[in-house]
Design a protein around this ligand. Structure first.
Ligand SMILES: Cc1cc2nc3c(=O)[nH]c(=O)nc-3n(C[C@H](O)[C@H](O)[C@H](O)COP(=O)(O)OP(=O)(O)OC[C@H]3O[C@@H](n4cnc5c(N)ncnc54)[C@H](O)[C@@H]3O)c2cc1C
Length: 448
């Protein structure tokens, strides 16, 4: 019997597992692939954004500890100003460095890890979850836990427990597109920057961009030109890419697969196939149209397409666009986020950004981690209880890490006090977050 079972080894699940283990819980982390790190590792998602809002650090705690360790290992540049002004800072990370660190930390904390084990079913008594069942090379294995954390990103365990959810946006059920990020090496950054300096109107960039670290959202006319020449059919209006930690290397975020569901097995397979074709086309475009890419090559493609959005589990509280934009305060806040609502259109070429604008970001209530009507289960990560729009902001890596840290604490307190997670007072979770040097309230931010 485990105290806490964490389902899914993405950034949120890893943070949940570590924070629970640090509170002396006996923890099992179950992951369906052979790697931990979720989108950050499996789908090459980076840079992490954002740890800051309007000059204040709003995600600290365990997530910051990870960044500091990555910096010591020289596999992250740490927090640097966002060249695109999407948000305050971005945190470039090297995927191999992240892989290594996550495995190291899980071992250090004495967490039991089970890889290659998709969770297929739950063990339950009525609305109370008792454990999970996974498919493995050794057959179907069952594990009992006192509290289960669903960090699968898709809310798989919640759905197996019968939780209600929204798929994508309310109006038509469409989700943000999937994207297959890829890494390109041997890029002549100077040539690229020379073009940017000569054509600043072609780019979305922060005021007084110093052309140091390379981030590109633009080349609008080049994309148009290639479209007119029938050499670019992707539903995208721009080049979007970020410089990687390794010299001369960039991470390209240009493919876009729309209208398919990340939780439908056949559609997800089709998306993988379509995205691989798109990579070919996007790379050919970069080589032909974008200065500096003439002698570049594809260094790495991911093991799976990146999935931005699938289900949003309905919890005791559903976060909305108003909560984010008005920076609503919650007595049971357990994390802050400062990322704008970043909506890659589910069915068009556009990228919509809506900033909440406040210094200290907005609060995320603990009730959004509690699937409505289900006991013993906590949901963490990108599929917590929030609408399509609110999730478009809180889905980013630093935020889901902070949510995971709180989820692990909540689970451990529930175990220690023999209470259902729902009956744990948020104050107790907040006290532990403070001890972890994590920030979670706008009002006490300055003193933290
Ligand atoms: C294309 C793209 C670009 C993005 N850009 C950025 C960016 O620039 N900066 C940023 O900070 N964030 C970005 N994000 C968002 C961020 O990557 C994710 O939202 C974040 O990784 C979510 O973390 P998570 O732990 O909730 O879920 P995930 O990262 O999805 O991890 C879930 C984990 O659970 C596992 N799992 C799933 N189902 C099961 C099951 N049934 N049994 C066992 N294990 C299971 C998965 O294999 C995975 O390891 C981007 C996302 C995408 C897709």
């Amino acid at each position: 019997m485990y105290d806490v079972i964490v389902c899914g080894g993405g950034p949120s699940g890893i943070n949940a597992a570590i924070s629970a283990a640090r509170m002396n819980s006996k923890v099992l982390l179950i992951e369906t692939t052979g790697l931990i790190g979720g989108n950050s590792v499996l789908s090459l998602v980076g840079p992490w954004m954002t740890f800051h809002n309007k000059g204040h650090q709003i995600v600290k705690g365990l997530a910051q500890e990870m960044v500091s360790r990555l910096q010591v290992n020289q596999v992250s540049m740490g927090h640097i100003p966002d060249p695109l002004a999407f948000c305050d800072t971005i945190t470039p990370i090297d995927v191999e460095g992240v892989k290594a660190l996550f495995f190291e930390m899980i071992e250090e904390e004495g967490i039991d890890l089970l890889l290659h084990a998709p969770i297929m079913d739950v063990i339950k008594e009525g609305n109370q979850i008792k454990g999970v069942i996974c498919a493995t090379k050794s057959g179907m294995l069952s594990f009992h836990g006192r509290v289960i954390i669903d960090a699968t990103g898709d809310g798989d365990v919640c759905v197996m427990m019968g939780a209600k959810y929204m798929l994508g946006r309310i109006a038509d059920g469409l989700s943000q597109p999937m994207t297959m990020i890829f890494h390109v090496a041997n890029v002549n950054m100077d040539l690229c920057k020379d073009y940017m300096k000569e054509h600043p109107q072609e780019f979305v960039q922060k005021e007084a961009y110093d052309y140091g670290y390379l981030g590109i959202s633009g080349f609008f006319s080049k994309v148009k030109e290639a479209k007119n020449n029938n050499e670019f059919s992707l539903p995208r209006d721009r080049v979007l890419l970020f410089e990687e930690v390794r010299p001369g290397t960039v991470s390209v975020n240009m493919t876009r697969v729309q209208g398919l569901s990340g939780v439908d097995a056949l559609e997800r397979t089709k998306a993988e196939q379509m995205a691989r074709k798109q990579i070919k086309e996007a790379f050919a475009f970069l080589q032909k149209y974008v200065p500096g890419f003439e002698h570049s090559y594809i260094l790495r493609t991911p093991s799976q397409i990146g999935i931005r959005e699938t289900r949003h589990i309905i919890g005791d509280y559903v976060m909305t666009v108003e909560d984010v934009l008005a920076c609503k305060e919650f007595a049971d806040s357990i994390a802050l986020s400062g990322f704008p609502m970043d909506i890659h259109s589910p069915n068009q070429e556009s990228l919509e950004l809506l900033d909440q604008g406040d210094d200290f970001g907005y609060e995320i209530p603990m009730r959004s981690l509690l699937p409505k009507g289900i006991n013993g289960l906590i949901v963490s990560g990108r599929c917590i209880s929030a609408t399509h729009e609110a999730a478009a902001s809180l889905r980013v890596t630093p935020t889901v890490m902070a949510i995971g840290e709180a989820a692990g604490i909540l689970a451990s307190i529930a175990v220690q006090t023999n209470l259902a997670p729902r009956d744990v007072h948020a104050f107790a979770v907040q006290e532990q977050l403070k001890k972890n040097d994590q920030v979670f309230k706008r009002s006490n931010h300055v003193s933290n």
